[in-house]
Design a protein around this ligand. Sequence first.
Ligand code: ADP
Ligand code: ASP
Ligand code: MG
Length: 441
Amino acid sequence: MKIMKFGGTSVGKPERMHQVAQLITKDVSEPRIVVLSALSGTTNSLVAIGDAMASGNREQAKQLIDTLEAHYQSFIKELVKTDKLYVKAKSIVSEHFEFLNIILKISFSEALSKDILAQGELLSTKLFSVYLEEKGIDHMLLPALEFMTIDAQDEPQLSTIKVKLNRILQQNTDKKLFITQGYICRNSRGEVDNLKRGGSDYTASLIAAAANASVCEIWTDIDGMHNNDPRIVKKTVPVEQLSFEEAAELAYFGAKILHPTCIWPAQQQKVPVKLLNTMAPEALGTTITQEAGSVGVKAVAAKDGIITINIKSSRMLLAYGFLRKIFEVFEKYRTSIDMITTSEVAVSVTIDSGSNLTSIVKELEPFGTISVENDHTIISVVGNEIAQTKDILSKLFDALTPIPVRMVSYGGSKHNVSMLVPSSYKTQTLQLLNKGLFGLE
Ligand code: ADP
Ligand code: ASP
Ligand code: MG
C-alpha cells in the first residue's frame, strides 16, 4: 500500500486535479490511498464563515458562503466535460452549500463550527471522485469519518484507526485506488472534528502507519523541505534527506510544509515519508527515514507567537521540588513548554498558546514575581548530531551578533539548537543564519 497526500494548492484548480489523477495512476504496482486537502483557500473561508456566525454576523456569513459557492460553481465547469458528470458535480456542490445555509439558520455552537470546517475536504474528495469517474478510473471513496478518530485529549488513536481502516480495506480487496479526506475525524463524543490546521499531513501519516504502507508521499507546492523558510528568505535549497527526528523538530518548530506532529506515526511504523512537488513531479524532493544521511546543520525554522513567562524568586535558592511545582501548573492547564532556562533565582519558560495565560500566571504568583513577554519567536537550527558539530555555537553567535537573543537551548536534543528572539528580529535572524550557516544570500 502506498499513501499519496495532496495539499490545497495541488487540488486548488481544475487543471491541478487533472494532474493529480495522472500522478496517482502512473505507478499501479501497489494499491494506493490518496488523501486530499480542501481546495486552497477553502478552509480559510470556512474559518471566516464560522467566525462570522460565532459573532452573530449572519449577513457576513451568508455573503462568504455565497462567494465560496460561486467559486465552486466555476471550478466544476472546468473540472468535467460531460453533461452527466457536470450535473453530478453540481448536485454535490448544491448539497454541501445547502448544508451551510441550514447551519446559518440554527444557533451556533463549537460542534457546528467543526461541521462547517469539514465541508472543504468532503467537497474536494467528492468532486475529484466525479472527475475520476469521467476518466473511467476505477476507485472507491473511503469516508475518513468512518475510521479516523481522536480521543478525549484530541489525540488520534492509532490502534483504533488501524482496526477500523483495515476492516474497510479487507472488505474491498478488489479495489486498488482509494480516495479519502485529510484533516477530518470524529472525536470521543462521535462528533465531526479535525486534526487542526494543516492536519491532512497527519491523516496521511496515520493512515500510512495503520496500513503499514511502503511509503507516505506528501505532494505539495515545493520540491521538499528547504534549508530555510522560503516565504521569508530569498535563496533556499531543498534538503535531500532527513531523519524522522530532524523532520519532527523542523515541523514542530515552524516549517509549514509539515503538520507539527505528523512524523511520529510514520516513524513508529518505520514508513519512509517523501516530500514531493506536484508542480515538478520529477524533482528529487526530500526523503525522511530512520537515517539522517549526514551529520551537521540541515535547516532552520521559525515558530512565532511565543510567550515568555519569567518567574523570579529568592526562595528558589537551593530549593528542591521548585521546578516540579511550576511544571504542575502548566500540566494542569494542558499547556506545553517549548523552552526553559534557569538560574539560581529565576526560571524563564516559553509557551505557544495564550489561551490559559491568565489562570497560569495567577497560579504561579505564590512562587515569586511573575512577568510575561509577548511576541517572541523560536528559531531552531536542526541537524543530526548538531550539538557535537564542531564550531556550531561560535558560528551561530558570530552570525547573530546584531540580534538580541533572549534564550538559548542547547544540548536538550542531539538534533536541535534553539534560540528565542523578539519576533521583530525574525526575518533578520533567518537571513543572517542563511548566510552564516549555509553560505546562501
Ligand atoms: P499544502 O497545502 O500542500 O499542505 P503548505 O502550504 O501547508 O502546503 O506547505 C507548503 C509550504 O510550506 C510551501 O509553499 C512553503 O512556503 C512553506 N514552507 C515553510 N517552511 C518551509 C521549508 N523549510 N521548506 C519548504 N517549504 C516550507
Ligand atoms: N484543509 C486543512 C487546512 O487548510 C487541512 C490541510 O490542508 O492540511 O488547514
Ligand atoms: Mg499543509
